[in-house]
Design a protein around this ligand. Structure first.
Ligand SMILES: CC(C)(COP(=O)(O)OP(=O)(O)OC[C@H]1O[C@@H](n2cnc3c(N)ncnc32)[C@H](O)[C@@H]1OP(=O)(O)O)[C@@H](O)C(=O)NCCC(=O)NCCS
Length: 176
């Protein structure tokens, strides 16, 4: 289905708890099976706890976008600039797409495509020549989406869930 009415806005400090709730729910839906319950809880606390979310919203190197359908939050993307860039990323300067989630109930409804347009536009505004990201090698839906959006695999990375290292792909999209 397409044509869903969408609005976008940047996250504010008052959104920290709600953003953490959105991310925890959707992280469990997408990745809850990938490790032990203890590791999943540790990852949620580390990345999506209210304090962690507040730090990220207030971090000037991060851009936190929320997609809404009416009052309902349906997506969240985060860009991080100025951090380390992996070796496989040759078009520089590069920015990291550090988070990209659509609410599970809204997959397949073109929200991801609209949100990615916003991400690419912001990356260009920031002067980036490429966007890179890390995606779990066992997440075919996301890999398929990123491939359709012009990202290609440029290496491997490790993402640690609690204390459980996971093999990720490094994917890169060149903007020019
Ligand atoms: C990644 C994400 C934003 C893409 O949004 P989406 O709405 O699913 O995107 P699309 O509708 O274009 O679907 C992507 C592709 O996956 C396919 N797909 C759907 N369900 C799938 C499944 N269970 N397994 C494999 N592929 C699947 C779709 O058919 C589509 O491919 P197609 O266009 O060739 O038919 C969304 O899936 C998501 O939020 N996933 C969970 C969070 C996540 O993993 N984010 C990335 C972290 S790096």
């Amino acid at each position: 289905m397409s044509g869903l009415a969408l609005d976008f806005r940047l996250a504010e400090p008052a959104d920290a708890a709600a953003l953490g709730g959105f991310m925890a729910r959707n992280f469990v839906a997408a990745y809850g099976h990938c490790s032990t319950p203890e590791n999943i809880q540790a990852a949620i606390h580390e990345h999506y706890g209210e304090a962690a979310q507040l730090r990220q919203i207030q971090d000037p190197s991060r851009w936190n976008l929320i997609a809404l359908h009416g009052d309902q939050w349906v997506g969240h993307a985060q860009i991080k600039s100025g951090g380390d860039v992996p070796d496989g990323v040759t078009a520089r300067p590069a920015i990291e797409l550090s988070r990209f989630y659509v609410d599970t109930a809204f997959h397949g409804r073109s929200i991801a495509q609209a949100m990615m347009e916003m991400v690419k536009s912001r990356a260009r505004e920031l002067g980036a020549r490429s966007i890179f990201l890390s995606v779990w090698q066992e997440q075919p839906q996301a890999i398929r989406f990123y491939t359709k959006e012009g990202f290609t695999i440029a290496g491997t990375l490790v993402f640690v869930v609690g204390n459980d290292p996971k093999d990720d792909w490094l994917m890169v999209h060149t903007l020019d």
